[in-house]
Write a protein of this length. Sequence first.
Length: 255
Amino acid sequence: MKENDLIVFSGGVKAYAPKRLFYEAKLLGIRLRVLLYKDLTIRITPKEIDYLHNSHILPKSKSIFMRGLGEDGVYNAIKYYLINYYSSLGGRVLNGNSFIKWPSLDKTIQYLELQKKEIPIVESYVFGSKKRAMFLADKIGYPFIVKNNIGSGGEEVYKIENKEKLEIFLGEKYSLIKIKSLLFQKFLKGGEDLRVIVINKKVVGAMKRIANPGDYLTNYSQGGNVVGYNIEKDMEAKELALRVAKTFLLDYCGV
């Protein structure tokens, strides 16, 4: 059996990205496989380590891409072993260096690292109690944005219009989402943003994301609209994207 060009490790069978990657790879003649973390087993003994996929030896690959890197701690132990295994075989682990330095690269850590590099960020607040949350809300001013510090695709992002809605939100979510996992941000008007794609230290494309009228989420997965954007005419955005990718040691990212 020929060696794979790329293996994508994913957390779920319904995820859109792996399916799209498989489709595009097929068009380009790239040998790609999608494997699920839940089907992996690592056997560790004093003399050796066995890497198994559904009881079979884990297939070799020239490179691997692990979805969910840095987003949360789920499957982190397995991810460490995958990096060790494929690196020892001479394979390339996309964004592997970033994961080794920041196993859980949540939003609060991202903002810290960006602020240290003097890269612009939205004014944000991290806190440790409901009392502080209510105090900060008055300081920020309504409306403002509440986010879980882990997540993507516009999930768990809320616009809080007034104090009453904040009381309701914290009352409903407090037992499910620990207060320390939330952050507050100033609400930015406009309803649109840029997403710049960086691969191997090069900007390869960009898109403008636009929220629907009356909405605030620009994410396509949340119903937002996407249009092409000529990034070559926006050197400031291009430079910022490259700086972010360099800061977080990323081979691939969307900024």
